[in-house]
Design a protein around this ligand. Structure first.
Ligand SMILES: NC(=O)c1ccc[n+]([C@@H]2O[C@H](COP(=O)([O-])OP(=O)(O)OC[C@H]3O[C@@H](n4cnc5c(N)ncnc54)[C@H](O)[C@@H]3O)[C@@H](O)[C@H]2O)c1
Length: 307
């Protein structure tokens, strides 16, 4: 199939591109390289440097490539940026996505696979629960609002225009190529700092000195598997891409220190404004058993070491 991957120069998108090419699909990438990197692009995949906010540019790519499926990974991905600049977040994530969906309708795209957030869309997930797909979303950030808005627009476009869609609500994704310089992506940040011999800090869940927030960390290869199934039309509707395993920030620090074989005593920091205390999702059984954290962190540590 012809598949357009938005955000294909980014962390997850570039792995999705690799998976699609390996599965024999014809792939093109749309990305504005705002957080994505040229080195993540492949020579055998056409690249269109276009901003989602550029309606004509987005429509032009759809008109020329004529994809059957669009894998929509591009986004303003930072919760913190969305809190500081909610208008920017909405311009990219909501209006930019609408440019894409309108273009999909105009150019006969069959299906859109949308990268949504399971980690942020439910708000606080109180222990010991795992968020269930039938829970009413309770976004607590502009980023989560914008992702939920696109999910709802996809319902409307299915109803009004017959545009098929699959929504993948990712937990916290980690793995090779994740940006270690952002405000999120603790695995990448810790791996990079530990390798440079720089201190790392565990931000508190509630009180400084606790073991940090609880998250559900899923390895990027498992996210690719889910995307391949969604692109092929093997799964539909809204699904979690998660492990269902709760992990604290300190567990990540300990496992990475062990995987990298470095000496470090993590420091402790205060709670960061806007951080959810706990987010764990009920995993989708159809995606099989996800890779365990120790194994995934070892692979990630190896990649950061080899950079
Ligand atoms: N990483 C996670 O833990 C996680 C969790 C839940 C959902 N997601 C979603 O997965 C998707 C991929 O995230 P990622 O972690 O790979 O982040 P990333 O920043 O590496 O990838 C995002 C890509 O989108 C591109 N982009 C951003 N704004 C754009 C614009 N206006 N026009 C065109 N391209 C633009 C960036 O250049 C980048 O290549 C995003 O939609 C994100 O919201 C990620």
């Amino acid at each position: 199939m012809r598949v357009l991957v938005t955000g294909g120069a980014g962390f997850i998108g570039s792995h999705v591109v690799d998976g699609l090419v390996a599965a024999g699909h014809q792939v093109a990438v749309l990305d504005d390289l705002s957080t994505g990197r040229r080195e993540n692009l492949r020579d055998d995949v056409a690249f269109h440097e276009v901003d989602l906010r550029d309606r004509a540019g987005v429509h032009g790519v759809l008109a020329s490539f004529q994809p059957e499926v669009v894998s929509h990974q591009a986004a303003q991905t930072s919760v913190a940026v969305s809190a500081r600049e909610p208008v920017l977040d909405a311009e990219i994530n909501v209006v930019g996505s609408l440019h894409l969906l309108d273009g999909c309708v105009e150019h006969g795209v069959k299906r859109v696979v949308f990268a949504s957030t399971g980690g942020a869309i439910y708000g606080e997930v109180k222990a010991p629960a795992r968020a269930q797909l039938d829970w009413v979303p309770k976004p607590l950030s502009p980023y989560a609002c914008s992702k939920l808005a696109v999910e709802r627009y996809l319902d409307v476009y299915r109803h009004e225009h017959g545009l098929g869609s699959t929504v993948l609500r990712y937990a916290n994704v980690y793995g090779p190529r994740q940006d270690p310089h952002g405000e999120a992506g603790v695995v990448a940040i810790f791996a990079e700092r530990l390798l440079k011999g720089e201190p790392i800090r565990i931000n508190a869940m509630r009180e400084e000195g606790d073991d940090g927030c609880v998250r559900d960390y899923v390895f990027v290869d498992d996210v690719v598997k889910a995307n391949l199934a969604a692109v092929a039309g093997e799964v539909q509707g809204t699904l979690h891409v998660a492990t269902g395993v709760e992990t604290r920030t300190k567990d990540i620090a300990d496992a990475l220190i062990a995987a990298l074989g470095v000496e470090c005593t993590p420091g402790r920091g205060p709670r960061r404004a806007g951080d959810l205390e706990r987010s764990v999702l009920e995993p989708e059984a159809r995606f099989g058993t996800p890779l365990g954290l120790d194994e995934g962190l070892k692979k990630t540590a190896e990649w950061f070491r080899g950079r």
